[in-house]
Design a protein around this ligand. Structure first.
Ligand SMILES: NC(=O)c1ccc[n+]([C@@H]2O[C@H](COP(=O)([O-])OP(=O)(O)OC[C@H]3O[C@@H](n4cnc5c(N)ncnc54)[C@H](OP(=O)(O)O)[C@@H]3O)[C@@H](O)[C@H]2O)c1
Length: 323
């Protein structure tokens, strides 16, 4: 029936089992919007946090006692085809293959999603499957935002990527190399070969060795999974260096203190607008400059298993959901 679609819905915060596949009304595009037939989406660590209503401050956006009605379908990144366009749409036509990011409105764990044509949406890189295209959006654009836009990483700098086998981390290793940096990746021994194969010059197995015990100094420490923390990072940063945390409210406090005391800078932020990143990534992928790592692929009706796996904190790269 054309007026319904399948979507993953949750009405309370909790374990993966709060997620269920439901039939819901299929959206139709308003003026200036496109209707996307989603072919692939992902499960990210950020979304497993949202599912649990964590961090607590996030409930200001998500809802205090349970997810707000408009946020009951997760799904941040996706790839698919334009199914229909609303009046006034000039950027896309039906049949275009696109990849994109829904942002705080979420909703990509579904068969269809409407977005404004000016949203974080771009033509898919040639030669990629829908699964690969969905798996590159958030991790790679977040890595690009922090390394290029927040830290201005340049040739010859020494960059430490903590969490180098995660979604952001494995793109961060490759992008820092692309910008000409010397890259050290921090991961467990099980992922060391993967991180080296992505271009890391050096790997630290955090289960055997403290990165702070090595004696080296870095220009940039990118703490992609929030496991190192600023107090430890500043011990391995040059005084003019820069700490990049993807998560943790406390880092805004450290940023102020560092500015006052002249300690290594802390550059916090949120990569929400991907409109400039997507064309950059498309060009880089088409030139063969970015490898996409998919750990596991699930079907939409296996969403509970997908969340259980991401909850382990051990995923390598990305977990994709085919729709
Ligand atoms: N600020 C923003 O704009 C923004 C945007 C997107 C996401 N985020 C946030 O960024 C964070 C990371 O997201 P992600 O998707 O990249 O994570 P992820 O893919 O879930 O990270 C999983 C990886 O973390 C590694 N890991 C676990 N403990 C570690 C440790 N102690 N040291 C080093 N590596 C460790 C694991 O490797 P091993 O198995 O080898 O330990 C695993 O491969 C999340 O908190 C998310 O909310 C922020």
């Amino acid at each position: 029936m054309w007026w319904v679609m399948r979507a993953v819905v949750f009405t309370r915060f909790g374990p993966p089992e709060v997620l269920g596949l439901r039939e819901v009304p299929r959206p139709s595009p308003s003026d200036g919007e496109v209707l996307i037939r989603i072919r692939a989406t992902t499960v990210t660590s950020a979304e497993t946090g949202m599912r649990q209503g964590r961090p607590m401050w996030g409930r200001v956006i998500l809802g205090f006692t349970g997810p707000r009605r408009a946020m009951r379908t997760l799904g941040l990144e996706f790839a698919g085809e334009i199914e229909a366009v609303g009046a006034g749409v000039t950027r896309f036509v039906p049949g275009d293959r696109v990849f994109g990011f829904t942002g705080f409105k979420l909703g990509a764990n579904a068969e269809y999603r409407c977005l404004p044509q000016a949203a974080s949406l771009g033509a898919m890189p040639a030669g990629l499957s829908f699964e690969e295209a969905a798996a590159v959006v958030d991790g790679a654009s977040t890595a690009l935002y922090f390394l290029r836009d927040r830290a201005g990483v340049r040739s010859g700098q020494r960059v430490l990527v903590v969490g180098a086998s995660g979604s952001i981390g494995m793109y961060a290793v490759q992008l820092a190399k692309h910008f000409g940096a010397h890259v050290t990746g921090v991961c467990s021994g099980a992922n060391a070969d993967l991180v080296r194969s992505l271009g890391a010059d050096d790997v630290v197995d955090y289960t055997r060795e403290e990165v702070t015990g090595r004696g080296g100094r870095y220009d940039v420490v990118f703490d992609t999974v929030g496991k190192l923390g600023y107090p430890a990072a500043r011990r391995v940063l040059h005084r003019s260096g820069c700490y990049l945390p993807t998560t943790g409210l406390v880092n805004y406090w450290y940023a102020v203190m560092a500015a006052v005391t002249g300690a290594p800078r802390v550059r916090c932020g949120m990569s929400a607008d991907k409109t400039r990143a997507l064309p950059f990534l498309r060009d880089l992928i088409e030139a063969g400059g970015l490898r996409i790592v998919i750990d596991r692929t699930y079907r939409l009706d296996e969403i509970v298993e997908a969340h259980r796996y991401v909850d382990t904190g051990r995923k390598r790269g990305n977990v994709v959901v085919t729709v």
